[in-house]
Design a binder for this molecule. Structure first.
Ligand code: BGC
Length: 773
């Protein structure tokens, strides 16, 4: 069939009229997105050859970023031939415009391309890594961060981001905990919603919003032994209650797309799992956007051992996958599978319709270049306003782990020695998955301190040590332009220099921990300590007798028993983003009082993993609070049960006292609500923000329930000496869970309510839920 561009243009033109009707119909909430664009989409599908249809289902990468084993081939030619539906991780608006022009002007049908990117925690103005963002517990700021990310990305040609990642994980050996929201289902669901809202805004077709993509569906955060890409095996009841709700929350927030995960679910790779991608996602949850695979996930199904390339490609399509990232399995095999009767045209059309619908939603048929405004790229990216926001968000995400004798905040006078391999490592400040960040421009700790307090404080620096004794490990942990230049001097020479510099200082700021790529994708670890060479440096610095503040860089919970015992002050800064050094300075000198709290438990040692606060009670719980070993109880011979720092933990420069926990009813019926209130007093010397947390325990149920579950939290500013009463409302809806039959039920009975500053709180009250209405 020969169709020239004028035909598709006139089709597009006709569609404009229909578009108006479509817009009206969208007001009717009963009509799905698919339905509201159906006639326009159908009219395009009717013009398409099977090759062009399969082309829409093909998502190559430009080749700048590769995470799997394959690269996409000959992309420009494929675009001309209509064999590409979108591209990802292209980093310049000029280039995107050029590529879009090929699609629109040189392909037969002129269908515009999607441009995706891993805009995970900012575009150029880079926010802290997601695990850090979650530690702010500030939904407004998280939404704002996503909004700014969308504005900058859309000004740079991007219309689709591979975020949010909402994989629950309880295993810090897994490097990608840095990209998620931690271990808690309730909190992760709230963050999922805030991020989808931030990215997509009110109008997906606006030129400053982007389509979000929730990932990695599903259960990617639970690989056995924390080893990347490893097998996942989980009961359905755990999935439904603990791991699936954050993805569902993103769907409820209207996320436009879903990325399937690399792992298997119930023995079937997620990308080819019909139960997951169709029965659950579409039929049970009502998702009507499109599903994209993860990088080469279709190709990888062969290595999972479920079929050859033809078979797995057909399986993925029939399971509900729409867009094939990099594998080219759809492009290269589905025509034959269709001829062989293995795949029906209606299945191919369904997937094509979903991709075209997304393009309509984004307004690409109205104006394929709407995200390619070169002026916006110049004026709206990395603005001082956006960078200020990144700095502010970074300060709210840092977690003060220890502060003996109020060593922090530091005085803005005297001499400070900033020592450690991360002190001047600008290129590591943004952390993992910061694809568009100008790494070298990020503000290092040394630079940040110099620029903020350098006129009053003398700031000295020495490297002190390399990242690790092991050169090979160091290389693996400093990829993608994030090298921490290996110092050719011996360990002793580095240490001697550090001690010389330290001897001139009043305070030592030790900038230690992980490098950016020590966490993230394909960065699993079995030893979660600060690398030994840095521990040795720290020990030597402590032995000087000078006060030492540990500024800890980490993309995951680390094991810090020794540091907690010996270092007077520990500020966990994660990876704070492009404004790192400024934000660290703000907190160290008390311009901002730290207010972050952990969203993942910090274990005492690796043997305690998986460790998480909302565990079950078991039949033989250990009930002594001193953590004493008891024979035939659920505990260890060699380490106590409690973690080093529990979920929800984080200090402030001030102190808060909780009292007066009240509940307005001791019994409620199914339709009623309960009000819980608590007084929180700022008893210290600074104004400060506190994250007040409410947990519930369902004491008796038809299935075992966690010892505690977060059900509410509020982050509030309390001035010095001020007391605030914080109120929470609990409805029967909050007490629902999935029972043995996976029905979402409320069961009457007794509930305990805990309120406090972290998950370890014992301030408790209780109520009864009765079956009356
Ligand atoms: C990651 C995804 C990412 C994709 C595209 C994969 O390796 O698992 O999270 O979105 O690459 O860059």
């Amino acid at each position: 069939m020969k169709v020239n561009k004028s035909i598709i243009r006139s089709t597009t033109f006709c569609l404009v009229t229909l578009f108006i009707l479509g817009c009206n119909s969208e007001k009717n909430s009963k009509i799905s997105i698919e339905e509201s664009y159906a006639s326009k989409v159908d009219s395009i599908i009717q013009l398409m050859t099977i090759e062009e249809k399969l082309g829409q289902l093909n998502l190559p990468t430009d080749g700048d970023i590769t995470t799997g084993t394959s690269k996409s081939s000959d992309v420009a030619k494929q675009i001309e031939e209509g064999k590409v539906g979108g591209l990802f991780n292209v980093k310049s608006v000029e280039k995107i415009r050029e590529i879009q022009t090929i699609a629109v002007q040189q392909s037969r049908l002129g269908i515009p391309l999607l441009f995706g990117m891993d805009v995970i925690h900012g575009y150029k103005s880079t926010f802290p890594i997601p695990l850090a963002l979650s530690s702010s517990w500030n939904m407004e700021l998280i939404e704002k961060a996503a909004r700014i990310s969308a504005q900058e990305a859309s000004a740079s040609g991007i219309n689709w981001t591979f975020s949010p990642m909402v994989d629950i994980s309880r295993d810090p050996r897994w490097g990608r905990v840095s990209e998620g929201n931690g271990e808690d289902t309730h909190l992760a669901g709230k963050i999922a919603k805030a991020m989808v809202k931030g990215y997509q805004g009110e109008d997906l077709a606006a030129n400053n919003t982007v389509m979000a993509c929730v990932k990695h569906f599903a259960l990617y955060g639970a690989p056995e032994a924390g080893k990347e890409y490893n097998t996942v095996d989980m009961s359905r009841i755990r999935m439904y209650n603990e791991y699936l709700p954050p993805y569902k929350a993103a769907i409820e927030a209207g996320v436009g797309s879903v990325m399937s995960s690399f792992n298997e679910v119930d023995g079937v790779p997620a990308t080819g799992n019909k139960w997951l991608l169709t029965d659950l996602l579409r039929e049970e949850w009502g998702f009507d956007g499109f599903v994209v695979t993860d990088y080469t996930a279709i190709e990888e199904m062969q290595y999972h051992g479920v079929g050859n390339f033809h078979e797995v490609s057909a399986q993925a399509l029939k399971a509900g996958t729409d867009l094939d990232m990099v594998s080219e399995g759809f492009l290269k095999t589905l025509k034959k599978s269709h001829e062989d009767g293995v795949v029906k045209m209606k299945d191919i059309d369904k997937a094509v319709a979903r991709i075209l619908t997304a393009k309509f939603q984004l307004g690409l048929f109205d104006d394929p270049y709407k995200y390619c405004d070169l002026n916006r790229a110049k004026s709206e990216v990395y603005t001082s306003e956006n960078r200020d926001m990144a700095r502010r968000v970074a300060t709210e995400s840092m977690v003060l782990l220890k502060n003996e004798d109020q060593l922090l905040p530091l005085k803005k006078s005297g001499t400070i020695a900033v020592i450690g391999p991360l002190a001047v490592a600008s290129n590591n400040m943004a952390g993992t998955w910061s694809v568009a960040t100008d790494q070298e421009k990020s503000i290092s700790v040394f630079e940040g301190l110099q620029q903020t307090v350098g006129d009053r404080v003398t700031i000295l620096h020495a490297k002190g040590s390399n990242l690790d004794y092991d050169l090979e490990l160091e290389k693996r942990a400093t990829l993608f332009g994030k090298t921490i230049t290996r110092d050719g001097r011996t360990d002793k020479q580095l240490l001697d220099e550090a001690l010389r510099v330290a001897s001139q200082a009043d305070v030592i700021v030790a900038t230690l921990g992980e490098s950016a790529e020590f966490s993230g994708e394909s960065s699993s670890r079995t030893n979660l300590g600060i690398p030994q060479v840095q521990k040795d440096l720290l020990k030597a610095l402590l032995e000087t007798g000078k006060p030492v503040v540990l500024v800890l860089f980490a993309g995951r919970p680390l094991t810090l028993v020794e540091e907690n015992d010996t270092v007077p002050a520990i500020l966990n800064v994660w990876f704070p983003g492009s404004e790192a050094g400024f934000a660290i300075s703000d907190v160290l000198f008390g311009d901002v009082n730290p207010s972050g709290k952990l969203t993942m438990t910090f274990p005492r040692n690796v043997g305690q993993i998986p460790i998480y606060y909302n565990h079950k009670n078991t039949g033989r719980p250990l009930n002594n609070s001193e953590g004493k070993f008891e024979k035939y109880k659920s505990n260890y011979l060699d380490v106590r049960n409690e973690p080093l720092y529990p979920f929800g933990y984080g200090l402030s420069y001030t102190t808060f006292e909780y009292s007066n926990l009240k509940i307005d009813k001791t019994s409620i019926g199914m339709d009623e609500e309960i009000n819980v209130s608590v007084d929180v007093k700022n008893t210290g010397n600074y104004d400060g923000k506190e994250i007040v947390q409410l947990y519930i325990r369902d004491v008796v149920a038809s299935v075992t329930r966690p010892v505690k579950e977060l059900k509410g939290f509020q982050k509030i500013l309390i001035k010095k000496d001020e007391t605030k009463t914080v109120n929470f409302t609990i409805s029967a809806e909050d007490l629902k869970f999935y029972n043995y039959n996976l029905d979402f039920v409320i069961e009457p009975g007794d509930f305990e309510v805990f309120v406090g500053e972290n998950s370890n709180t014992n301030l408790k009250t209780s109520f009864r839920l009765t079956s009356r209405n």
